[in-house]
Design a protein around this ligand. Structure first.
Ligand code: CP
Length: 304
């Protein structure tokens, strides 16, 4: 694998190889091996045009743990603000011999555009583009589920919330479908659901009580207000009543149902605080797994 811009059409064996490697790195870390030198002399650049806490920090940590040098490109202080075109920025950075560019951008398709315009051997890794894809989130979510429930063929997974605007949902659906989960159920307000042309997979269930019934994992999504026109904004209290995860609703799921959320969470809007912090919550495990998945991806694209 030279670039990672999407999980769509990525072969099952590639996804499983990345998850196996992430798991091995997690085990090694648990036994005290926190630093490796497989990427010494390589340079990784974080190019984030949208805010991030988890993805940007964990990519930096992952690269450093593999021995790479890391540059965090500050968009606000860059010549982007002087009108430099994205591809001129790309070529400028390539001239400085970057080995990998990790990019987040509000425009869907930007990472693939960078791949098409790259003139050097630089690897491009998508850290989230518009509502298109967030492949490392899809991998870390699959890893978190596999850690607890490796029997994918028996699993019903619910994704609930603003699926229309969610790159996480699309990458989760790609990963979980490829890995053979029994059923993916999609739930959310009609105006925040994708069309079947846009997202063909997943059974649409309008009512969250029905959707979560006997589910083995539930992935909650926040309202992505930054991608909505103000006219689309739902009333938050009404939203929680219909689509919020609380104790009563979680009791409808299968025993031990995994509670997941890519973050950032909005307490009291899509998830109750006691559930986000409760015994079934895997939210911080997802964050931890993000470092190992990103180490596995960097190792895959750069250790060649
Ligand atoms: N899940 C996720 O992408 O979080 P950040 O926006 O904090 O990176």
């Amino acid at each position: 694998l030279r670039h990672l811009t999407t999980l769509e059409n990525l072969p099952r064996e590639t996804i499983e190889r990345l998850l196996d490697r992430a798991e091995a790195l997690r085990d090694a870390c648990a036994h005290g091996t926190r630093k490796l030198d497989v990427l010494v002399g390589r340079t990784v650049l974080n190019l984030f045009f949208e805010p991030s806490t988890r993805t940007r920090t964990s990519f930096e940590l992952a690269a450093r743990r593999l021995g790479a040098d890391v540059i965090n490109f500050d968009i606000g202080l860059s010549s982007t603000s002087k009108g430099e075109e994205l591809f001129d920025t790309l070529h400028t950075l390539e001239a400085m011999h970057m080995d990998a560019i990790i990019v987040r951008h509000k425009q869907s398709g930007t990472p693939d555009e960078l791949v098409r315009h790259a003139m050097s051997g630089v690897s491009v890794i998508n850290a989230g583009d518009g509502n298109h894809a967030h492949p490392t989130q899809g991998l870390l979510d699959a890893l978190t589920i596999r850690q607890h429930r490796p029997d994918f063929e028996n699993l019903s997974v619910v994704i609930c919330g603003d699926i229309k605007h969610s790159r996480v949902a699309r990458s989760d659906i790609n990963a979980l479908s490829t890995l053979g989960v029994k059923e993916i159920r999609l739930c959310g307000p009609a105006e925040l659901m994708p069309t079947t042309e846009d997202v063909p997979q997943g059974r649409r269930v309008d009512d969250f009580d029905q959707a979560i019934k006997d589910a083995d994992a539930v992935i909650m999504l926040r309202l992505q207000k930054e991608r909505m026109a103000s006219i689309d904004l739902p009333d938050e209290a009404a939203y929680f009543t219909h689509f919020g995860l609380d104790r009563r609703r979680l009791a409808l799921a299968a025993k031990g149902c995994l509670v997941m959320h890519p973050g950032p969470i909005n307490r009291g809007i899509e998830i109750a605080s006691d559930i986000a912090d409760g015994a079934q919550s895997r939210i911080l495990e997802q964050v931890g797994n993000g470092v190992f998945v990103r180490m596995a991806v960097l190792n895959e694209v750069l250790a060649r």
